[in-house]
Design a protein around this ligand. Sequence first.
Ligand code: HEC
Length: 72
Amino acid sequence: MFATTCGWCHSDGGRAAGKGPQLMDSKRDDDFIRNRIKNGKEGAMPAFGATFSDAEIDEITKYIRALKPHEG
Ligand code: HEC
C-alpha cells in the first residue's frame, strides 16, 4: 500500500529520498507525521485525510517508525 500510494515520491518504501524526503529515521514526532499525512503540504505533498481513516494513518505512522535499511 505504501509503495503504490507514497512510493513514487518517497522512494524504496520510504528508505530513500525521491521527490519527497527520506522517511526512515525521521526526527519528527508521531503527531507531526500523522498531520503531514492527513493534511499534506501545499505545493509539495497531497493530503490523504480523505483517503485514509485515522486508524490507517496510525498504521502508516507505525510502518514509517519500523523502517530499517535493507540487509546486505
Ligand atoms: C506527490 C509526491 C508525494 C506523495 C505521493 C507523498 N508525499 Fe510525503 N512528502 C512529499 C514532499 C515533497 C514532502 C516534503 C514536504 C516539506 O517540504 O516539508 C513530504 C513529506 C512527508 C512527511 C514528512 C517528512 C519530514 O520529515 O518532514 C511524511 C511523514 C510523509 N511525507 C509521508 C507520506 C506518506 C505516508 C505518503 C503516502 C500516504 C506520502 N507521504 C505521499 C511528497 C509526497
